[in-house]
Design a protein. Sequence first.
Length: 326
Amino acid sequence: MKTEILRMLKSTGDYLSGQQLCGMLGVSRTAVWKAVGELREEGYVIEAVRNRGYRLVEGADVITQAELASMLHTQWIGTRLEYFDETDSTNIRARKLAEEGAPHGTLVVADRQTAGKGRRGKSWVSPAGTGIWMSMVLRPAMSPMSASMLTLIAGLAVVRGVKESTGFEAMIKWPNDAVLNGKKICGILTEMSTEVECIRYVIPGIGINVNIDDFPEEIRATATSLKLEAGRSIKRSLVIAAVADSFEYYYDIFMKTCDMSGLRDDYNKALVNLNREVLVLDPRGQYKGKALGIDNEGSLLVRREDGNISAVISGEVSVRGIYGYV
């Protein structure tokens, strides 16, 4: 009921009387009063004026089960929604749910992670009230060989979602880091479970720096947050809803071919490395070259200094700008 009351208050933008809410929900005035009280305890500012009713004062950065459910307008992402005030990791939680049979599109969100992690086992700082920590359970009918490209889909979704919710022109540092003004705002970790050449499930985990005010010294030069760039707090539920909607949009296009052919142009337009000099940190020997964009398999095409073109495969190597992070 809290979710429905939130939706109604958000959609009207004005006062709704207790009687109107009772009639639309088919509940008593006491039930409405109790639900409004619970929403206030969660952090919402709801005005109550005699003979006018209730009005939601927007602006509070609240993440709850009801808030997320009221913001999502997706077709299949979030049909099952799991929210935690605190958990070890949304990827770990999503994997457990997947093993228990959670359906395609299950969305897991937490306000705080105690064991968040990034690529190559690196820890991901994820304190309460500051970022977006979300994971999805996907059950795509395709070859495991194509699953790595879902990480690129997630990167596209973050860039589009950030633009739609904040107006910021974020870009992608291949393969999936979202960057703003040359600094990282998002990390993505995709994990997969397979069985006899079939995918059981894929878990893309997304961490976005939203309202973080400061970073540890070791990453301060390469990391930023939406708040630091905007100079104001950002409502996280707006960004989550926009990213989920964008992921659904790109995923549905991707699944028509199970490669990047339908999204290659979109990806390359968002690629901050495009036509720039890059340093490829390959364990077999690093080299410099110019990034030409991705191919249909999501590999980064790099023209080496000798003129030869190499396809850099995600997961095997890292790519850095010649003079900095990007």
